[in-house]
Design a protein around this ligand. Structure first.
Ligand code: UD1
Length: 339
């Protein structure tokens, strides 16, 4: 069965391609290589023994997108990762984000509407909840006004899919709201490759330990949490990737309860920034150079998932721990710097 993975050479996309191939799916990747590299294709091939079909394609190029779908009418499902994801950049350049994340979604949904099988999985984010009033966060928690154009593209993206599902009963969509994906494949063949200075915590930790960054700044220690630092739900990217396969199978087997569904993907466990650092120090045997700094604008105090719906309805649960994720991120960081 042929599955299209957009952004399939990116961080979460590449791990999902591996899990799809492990389950016997035939994968076609499209990626514009704007935030990825061809080495990732080699990594996927090294892990699975199968080289997925790859086409370099900019989804903003509508006629190329139409041509692509005209030659792949047998696609049985699409997992749509391709998007820009730097929160700060989205504030500086909102139109880039609306064009990259929204225009392309519309083009893909139009093409999907022409296919025999219209199964669609969308990468959304816990960012849609903002600072939730209640923890853990269920899928029924209200969507709060977005803090950034990036966050807004996830909210608008969900609305576009939901509205399209309402008028097209053939279309089956699932939005997956990720908490904080971290880690790398245990083989260290693929992992996260941030361009420039990492904005996210774990790549900043591993780059600091590697000597690429002088010191990690912990953004705030005066939050109303146990140790004063922000709390997040860090989920191993391999667990997250597997959830995509389960969600896709749900649609392919017609097990979905309505033609638009939303699931949180997290571990259900909140960890503070200091706990994340401790986990890294434990598994790496390295002492991390860090200091307490000012709060970062836009950070929520605490966010972790209520995983009941994903556990009960999808029948998926995480298997890997924060320590597993940190160990894999560290192994990956060491491998890419040795090259
Ligand atoms: C961020 C985005 C979120 C996006 C997600 C994608 C913001 C405000 N939020 O989530 O919209 O969906 O990335 O991966 O940018 N931290 C430090 N020092 C650092 C980096 C981070 O202390 O150098 C702290 C942050 O304050 C936060 C935690 O580490 O408490 C996690 O940060 P990060 O990895 O950037 O993820 P989020 O902010 O949760």
């Amino acid at each position: 069965m042929k599955i299209l993975v957009t952004g399939g050479l990116g961080f979460i996309g590449s791990h999902t391609v591996v899990e799809l191939q492990n389950e016997g799916f035939e994968v076609v990747i499209i990626d514009d290589l704007s935030n990825s590299s061809m080495d990732v294709l080699e990594g996927i091939t090294a892990i699975t023994g199968v080289k997925p079909h790859f086409e370099q394609l900019d989804l903003k190029d509508r006629s190329k997108v139409e041509d692509f779908f005209a030659t792949h009418k047998d696609i049985a499902g699409i997992i749509h990762f391709a998007a820009s994801k730097a929160v700060g950049e989205s504030v500086q350049n909102p139109l880039k984000y609306y064009e990259n994340n929204i225009n392309t979604l519309v083009y893909i949904l139009k093409e999907l509407g022409k296919l025999q099988q219209q199964n669609f999985i969308f990468s959304s984010s816990c960012t849609v909840y903002g600072q939730a009033d209640e923890l853990p966060i269920t899928e029924n928690a209200p969507v709060k006004p977005a803090e950034s154009p990036y966050g807004n593209t996830k909210q608008i993206g969900e609305e576009i899919i939901r509205d399209t599902c309402k008028v097209n009963p053939e279309l089956k969509g699932i939005a997956l709201r990720y908490f904080n994906p971290i880690g790398a494949h245990p083989t260290a063949e693929i992992g996260e490759l941030p361009k420039g200075v990492p904005q996210n915590l774990v790549p900043f930790i591993t780059q600091t330990a590697m000597g690429l960054r002088e010191q990690l700044s912990v953004f705030g220690d005066d939050y109303p949490t146990e140790d004063g630092t922000c709390v997040r739900d860090y989920i191993h990217v391999v667990d997250l990737a597997k959830a995509h396969v389960v969600a896709l199978q749900r649609l392919l087997q017609g097990k979905n309860k309505s033609n638009y569904e939303v699931f949180n993907l997290g571990t259900g466990k909140g960890s503070s920034v200091l706990e994340a650092i401790q986990s890294f120090e434990k598994v790496s045997g390295q002492q991390l150079n860090y200091k307490i700094a000012d709060r970062r604008a836009g950070d929520v105090i605490a966010a972790y998932a209520d995983t009941d719906k994903a556990n009960d309805v999808l029948g998926w649960r995480t298997e890997l721990t924060l320590d597993d994720a940190m160990a894999s991120a560290w192994k990956w960081e060491q491998k890419i710097r040795r090259k």
